[in-house]
Design a protein around this ligand. Structure first.
Ligand SMILES: Cc1cc2nc3c(=O)[nH]c(=O)nc-3n(C[C@H](O)[C@H](O)[C@H](O)COP(=O)(O)OP(=O)(O)OC[C@H]3O[C@@H](n4cnc5c(N)ncnc54)[C@H](O)[C@@H]3O)c2cc1C
Length: 402
């Protein structure tokens, strides 16, 4: 590859929620940022709403506020005031209320497309930001001081750092020769918007079934979003059902807590995998979001981890620039990785533990999980700690960079 006529400071590959959040975080740093997105997937509607919905935990709402994204989400974010978890055997149950940690909500349910739209609005007036979309990388060359990228449309870019925010099947991660630890759950997450008979009151329900969890998440407008994790064969059977049969199956398993579920919109299914990249960084490369780690959606924390990656990496780059350091150097990027690994590993470990604890019906395990849930429910201190950790309120993450 010969001449490189673009001299950017940071190239981002992937304009999902995490790549866009990272671009928003760099907006006031004076860095020239180019984001390459191959073309956003069309929104899949279910009862007129995006069927991809994410719970953004309370601590990360503060991040979105700092980025100026939150103000564009007023009216579309459904507050999650409480969460009720119970298992298939009714051996125990636990309820978390936002009031117990002095918060108005544990988090908010937002359609992914709305979050992305809000992030695009924040980037509209960013002077040193270029959005290349639709665009794809044809070739990448790792130089000592810069990474060189040739796009399929002939454009050429170069920067001291490229950031992979290109999702679980990251092309960039493969190009860098970074392999992953992988765990295939042989499950699919079926998502859809549904209408229950009774108002949800801002309560999220998570029911653990032997085949996997079924979540009923409160959206704005008294609709709910379901994430029904089922083994591959069962998922295919559920996806193949007509609406009436699907509603019957859903009502039978979820129970009457919200009255009957009277309507279900179009369904979509996503294969569920846990995946951890063996390296988050290489000289001139950092991975963030699902490109670095993908987790089971049972706790709804994937994008939440990604937002924290984006903020920590942006802070490290901004600090490096301030101190005249090369932000593509491994020593700078290692600071990002060292800060993020404990959070990522603890969430991944907790998800694996939860999955094992709730999906096996060994008698001893059933007793243990009943006792565990009662212990957490009765112990103010443990519950408080668990809630502060799972809502991201205990983590020191920069809320504004610049
Ligand atoms: C059923 C389900 C429910 C979930 N619920 C929650 C939840 O409640 N809360 C939560 O926190 N998380 C949840 N998650 C996880 C969450 O959806 C992901 O963690 C999040 O979407 C990851 O964002 P990302 O930006 O890293 O990757 P992605 O959303 O995958 O975005 C990657 C982007 O990169 C682009 N791209 C890919 N390859 C290229 C390329 N070669 N060139 C250019 N562009 C490229 C893609 O077009 C895409 O726009 C859920 C996941 C599933 C499957």
């Amino acid at each position: 590859m010969s001449e490189w006529h673009d001299q950017s400071d940071v190239i981002i590959l992937g304009g999902g929620m995490v790549g866009l959040a990272f671009a928003c975080a760099l907006k006031n740093t004076g860095l020239r940022v180019v984001l390459i997105e191959r073309g956003e997937a069309p929104v899949r509607e279910s009862l007129g709403r995006d069927c991809r919905v994410s719970a953004i935990v309370r601590g990360n709402v503060q991040i979105l506020q700092g980025l100026g994204v939150w103000e564009h989400l007023a009216g579309v974010a459904g507050p999650m005031r409480a969460m009720r978890i119970w298992d298939n055997q009714e051996t125990g149950g636990i309820r978390f209320d936002a009031g117990e940690i002095g918060a108005d909500a544990l988090g908010y349910l937002i359609e992914n497309s709305q979050t992305q739209k809000a992030m695009h609005k924040v980037l509209l007036d960013a002077e040193r930001f270029e959005f290349c979309c639709p665009a794809e990388v044809d070739e990448i060359e790792w130089g000592d001081e810069r990474v060189h990228v040739a796009l399929k449309d002939g454009r050429k870019l170069s920067a001291p750092l490229i950031v992979g925010a290109d999702g679980g099947r990251s092309w960039l991660r493969q190009q860098a020769g970074i392999s992953c630890h992988q765990r295939d759950f042989h499950q699919q997450g079926i998502v859809a918007t549904v209408r229950p008979e009774r108002p949800h009151g801002g309560i999220a329900y998570q029911r653990f079934l032997p085949t996997g969890p079924l979540a009923m998440l409160p959206m704005s407008g008294d609709l709910c979003s379901i994430v029904w994790s089922a083994e591959d064969a069962e998922a295919e059977r559920l996806m193949g059902m007509d609406d009436e049969a699907f509603l019957t199956a859903l009502n039978r398993l979820f129970g009457p807590v919200l009255g009957r579920i009277v309507e279900a919109g179009q369904r979509a299914a996503f294969p569920l995998k846990a995946q951890l990249a063996r390296h988050f960084v290489r000289p001139r490369l950092a991975l963030i979001g699902d490109a670095a780690h993908t987790i089971h959606p049972l706790a709804g924390l994937g994008v939440n981890l990604g937002l924290r990656d984006a903020m920590v990496l942006a802070q490290e780059i901004a600090d490096a620039k301030r101190f005249d350091e090369d932000w593509g150097k491994l020593s700078v990027l290692n600071r990002y990785m060292k800060q993020r690994l404990p959070d990522v590993l603890s969430v991944m470990g907790a998800m694996e533990g939860f999955h094992q604890l709730f999906t096996h019906d060994v008698p001893g395990l059933k007793l243990l999980r009943g006792a565990g849930m009662r212990l957490i429910g009765n112990s103010g201190a443990i519950k408080h700690l668990l809630m502060r950790n799972s809502t991201g309120l205990s983590l020191p993450v920069p809320k504004q960079i610049g």
